[in-house]
Design a binder for this molecule. Structure first.
Ligand code: AR6
Length: 183
């Protein structure tokens, strides 16, 4: 499923973020950049130790919640991994929506600054961090659409959903935001 506007594409696919050949893929990291389970574990396993070695060296303080940092991608097909730190869901009144939106926007800024024409996101914060998926989908899709409108890039923003139920939640949110969604 996708939306195309002004030659730019926002797309939803079901799949594994570690297998994407976009210029950048986004990691759902923690603020210590210490690795973990979920997407983070999968990226470091498949990408190899070079990724952690680089983040340890460049970002010894880690990365605050609501922001992101960039590294190489080791053995992955992508050129860069952008490590985003989404909020832990604590009921919704602890700035969770704002922090999630800021993390996604920072990823897009880093991608453009690094010359990336394509970027793939997992559903940040919706696994171990417990963010309700439909709510997260509406936020991150709106940020991505607004960003493309403002900056005419990246040319491709892809959301990679790990199972069909996640895909359905994102598809419903995208249809709400852009009724003329195709596919
Ligand atoms: N490809 C795409 N999506 C995936 C994959 C994959 N290979 N694996 C899981 N997902 P999570 P968070 C989905 O928990 O909630 C780590 O320990 C998953 O089904 O990876 O931001 C970090 O170190 C879910 O929908 O990220 C942090 O401590 C979504 O990706 C913490 O987890 C995000 O789930 C971050 O938690």
């Amino acid at each position: 499923m996708y939306v195309q506007r002004n030659g730019l594409t926002l797309e939803l696919v079901e799949g594994d973020i570690t297998l994407q050949d976009t210029d950048a893929i986004v990691n759902a990291a923690n603020s210590r950049l210490a690795g973990g389970g979920g997407v983070d574990g999968a990226i470091h396993r498949r990408g190899g130790p070079a990724i952690m070695a680089e983040t340890d060296e460049k970002y010894p303080e880690g990365c605050p919640t609501g922001s992101a940092v960039i590294s190489g991608a080791g053995r992955l097909a992508a050129k860069y991994v952008i490590h985003a730190v989404g909020p832990v869901w604590s009921g919704g009144s602890h700035r969770e929506p704002e922090l999630l939106a800021c993390a996604v926007e920072r990823c897009l800024e880093l991608a453009l600054d690094s010359g990336c024409r394509s970027i793939a996101f997992p559903a940040i914060s919706t696994g171990i961090y417990g963010y309700p998926r439909g709510d997260a989908a509406r936020i991150v899709l709106q940020v991505a659409l607004d960003f493309q409108d403002r900056f005419q890039g990246p040319a491709l923003i892809r959301f990679v959903l790990f199972d069909h139920s996640a895909y359905s939640d994102f598809a419903e949110a995208l249809r709400e935001l852009v009724p003329q969604t195709e596919g």
